[in-house]
Design a protein around this ligand. Structure first.
Ligand SMILES: Nc1ncnc2c1ncn2[C@@H]1O[C@H](COP(=O)(O)OP(=O)(O)O)[C@@H](O)[C@H]1O
Ligand SMILES: [Mg+2]
Length: 274
């Protein structure tokens, strides 16, 4: 920020502050792999951001660093609108949905969704209402006593989403959550996530390597480039249309896919090969 801008700023900063600011993050693994180099990104509250990029460009590494699951080699992360706990993470929590649902097979759906609250010392009786509420939001209210083996892939993923949301996090991180699902199930879950996003006002960072998925879901796409991983392009996707089956066949969606696709091809060095 220049001095002039500093002077012009109101003494009491009433502007909305970003949720998270990543400043020039670099991550070098002990193997010598430079997973990220100089990655900077500012995320505003309430955004739905897709991190789009080819395999190996550092998307998972970036997400894990945001979640506090991995440290950085250099650079820093700030949470300007949150109070920070002793682990350097924002209070108010972060929900994480991995590519695999990672459910405990010996626990029921209820038991799996209870886990994050159990870890915080909340009794089952106290947690019960919230668990049933969050199961209802993902359409699984009738499956509380089912075991993971009795569920389809899409239902397991819904349990995983419910588990991530049960603590009412401000930020939901999703790492290619639907990559292993069939197309129809994936589209249904895309719609569910959008509905949840609208209903809760949660901020979402959604990792995908699918142009179509990023263009359908997000209001901002951040394209990453590999070797080393960094931001290649960052553009908003504004549409006045409801994101639904009509949007999927609209001209606006087609254009959004084209823009994202072109940027991804550029990020991959101009080759259309994957
Ligand atoms: N734990 C690790 N140790 C060493 N290298 C890793 C580790 N995790 C990821 N990498 C490497 O870092 C790079 C980025 O990986 P990753 O973040 O998983 O990419 P993406 O999620 O975009 O596919 C890749 O080259 C990958 O092989
Ligand atoms: Mg990954």
């Amino acid at each position: 920020m220049s001095l002039a801008e500093t002077k012009a700023a109101p003494s009491k900063d009433i502007r909305r502050r970003p949720l998270v600011v990543m400043q020039s993050l670099s991550k070098v693994f002990s193997s010598g792999t430079i997973a990220l180099s100089g990655m900077s990104l500012t995320v505003e509250s309430g955004e739905f951001i897709s991190l789009l990029g080819p395999s190996g460009c550092g998307k998972s590494t970036a997400l894990r660093i945001i979640a506090g699951l991995g440290d950085v080699t250099s650079g820093k992360i700030d949470w300007p609108s949150s109070r920070i706990n002793s682990k350097g993470l924002p209070e108010g929590d972060i929900g994480f949905v991995f590519q695999e649902p990672t459910l405990m097979p010996w626990k029921t759906v209820f038991g799996n969704v209870y886990l994050p609250l159990k870890l915080r010392g909340v009794s089952k009786a106290e947690a019960s209402g919230r668990i049933m509420e969050v199961l209802a939001t993902v359409g699984l209210q009738d499956f509380a006593s089912a075991y993971p083996r009795e569920l389809s892939g899409g239902m397991k993923m819904r349990v995983s989403i419910a588990r991530a949301l049960v603590t009412k996090p401000k930020l939901l991180l999703m790492d290619e959550p639907f990559a292993a699902l069939d197309e129809i199930t994936r589209q249904k879950l895309n719609d569910d996530v959008l509905r949840l996003w609208k209903a809760t006002g949660i901020t979402v960072i959604f990792v995908t390597h699918s142009v179509f998925e990023s263009a359908y879901l997000s209001n901002r796409i951040v394209v990453m480039k590999a070797r080393p991983g960094r931001v290649h392009a960052d553009f908003p996707l504004a549409t006045s249309l409801e994101r639904d089956s009509h949007y999927r066949t609209s001209e606006e969606y087609r254009r959004a896919c084209e823009t994202a696709s072109r940027s991804l091809i550029e990020a991959m060095g101009g080759s259309e090969e994957h």
